[in-house]
Design a protein around this ligand. Structure first.
Ligand code: PLP
Length: 366
């Protein structure tokens, strides 16, 4: 019998069930209920941001951030080509044009020199993605943004708990967007959050996600709104998960250090490096092989031993709706995609599971 190892499965326990039951017992299963604001306040406090607005997903959080800034047709938004497609789709929802930049070979994050290369008078915003939880070079990015008067919206979907020079990711740009999908650091089943310090704008996002419902006059909607609210049940789950956040981060860090200790000496394997002053959330530990190997064959061999893996994201410019935006060869994005592999990082795993993955991987590649 093979061991059961988990790639990125959620870690949901007794306390989460209690909180969700409380929401159900109180009759607040939908968007009304006390857990929603409690979760938002707790989240903002944890990050050191002035306010947070919960949403149905990380994708919705990014969409609302762009919409609030009136990003629209004719505008350009710079994004990394190596990311999950959900970073880019919201740009298109607004009618704006995504402009793809290559990533840094060491950190796998959007490269500041690539951003500079793509800025022009149509550029309105940059969406740096803290890829796999690894903080971007925020000093450089903020400097470019200041020089060219651009908004920075951080895609912090994977980086809850990560810090750059002592500050949480998601608190550097005008908005930071998080995801609580089942595979993220904490989960609400599905959900997201927009955070920031501009309380007026965040108040407006809260109004927009709730069908732009007027506070005083019943069934009066002065603007076109959206239904992108988080439910009380989801927030209950999120609050219980917040109680366990430090446990999850500690485990992610431990797993990453085991992988590095066991695999770093092996010729031909390299890890994602942190920028100076950055501390990754270690959401997923991934490796890149120096030589081109048959990644699919390796995955199959590992799968036979009960080890699930996933490839690094295919560059977004490969997808039919985005092919026409492919301007360069995006060398580094393609390198990590072609030679990369994400290893089991779920906090449901034990330390010995991770040692087992390392041993099996060593046998599979030699
Ligand atoms: C980098 C990145 N951006 C955005 C998202 C979108 O989040 P969600 O799935 O909650 O919509 C995700 C995760 O799914 C992600 O990994």
């Amino acid at each position: 019998m093979c061991k059961k190892i988990y790639l990125d499965s959620p870690n949901v326990g007794v306390q989460e069930k209690e909180y969700v039951n409380n929401a159900i017992d109180a009759g607040y299963v939908s968007t009304a209920g006390p857990f929603v604001s409690e979760f938002e306040e707790r989240f903002a406090l944890y990050l050191g941001a002035k306010a947070a607005v919960s949403t149905q997903s990380g994708t919705a959080a990014l969409h609302m951030a762009l919409y609030e800034l009136k990003i629209r047709a004719g505008d350009e938004v710079i994004v990394p080509a190596a990311t999950f497609v959900a970073t880019v789709n919201p740009v298109v929802y607004t009618g704006a044009t995504p402009v793809f930049a290559d990533v840094d070979r060491r950190t796998w994050n959007i490269s500041p020199s690539e951003i500079k290369k793509n800025v022009n008078r149509k550029t309105k915003a940059i969406i740096p993605v803290h890829f796999y939880g690894n903080p971007c070079d925020m000093d450089e990015i903020l400097e470019i943004a200041k020089e060219h008067n651009l908004y920075v919206i951080e895609d912090a979907a994977e980086s809850l708990g990560a810090q750059y020079k002592g500050r949480h990711t998601g608190t550097f740009g005008i908005f930071g967007c998080f995801s609580f999908n089942g595979n993220k650091i904490i989960t609400t089943g599905g959900g997201g959050m927009v955070v920031g310090n501009d309380t007026e704008r965040l108040k407006h996002i809260k109004f927009l996600v709730n069908q732009a419902k007027d506070e005083k006059e019943e069934y009066y909607h002065p603007e076109i709104g959206f239904n992108k609210r988080m439910t009380n049940i989801e927030s209950a789950l999120g609050l219980a998960q917040m109680n366990r956040l430090s446990e999850f981060l500690r485990k992610k860090k431990l797993f990453n250090s085991i992988y590095r200790k066991e695999l770093e000496g092996i010729t031909g394997i390299r890890f994602q490096e942190e920028h100076e002053g950055a501390r990754s959330s270690r959401w997923l530990t991934c490796i890149v092989f120096e030589e081109k190997i048959d990644v699919k064959k390796l995955q199959k061999r590992l799968e036979e031993k009960g080890i699930p893996t996933r490839r690094i994201f295919m560059p977004v410019v490969e997808f039919p709706p985005y092919r026409r935006y492919k301007k360069y060869d995006y060398k580094n994005c393609y390198e990590i995609y072609e030679k990369g592999l994400c290893l089991p990082s779920s906090t449901v795993n034990s330390e010995s599971d991770i040692y087992y993955v390392c041993e099996t991987l060593k046998q599979a590649i030699f």
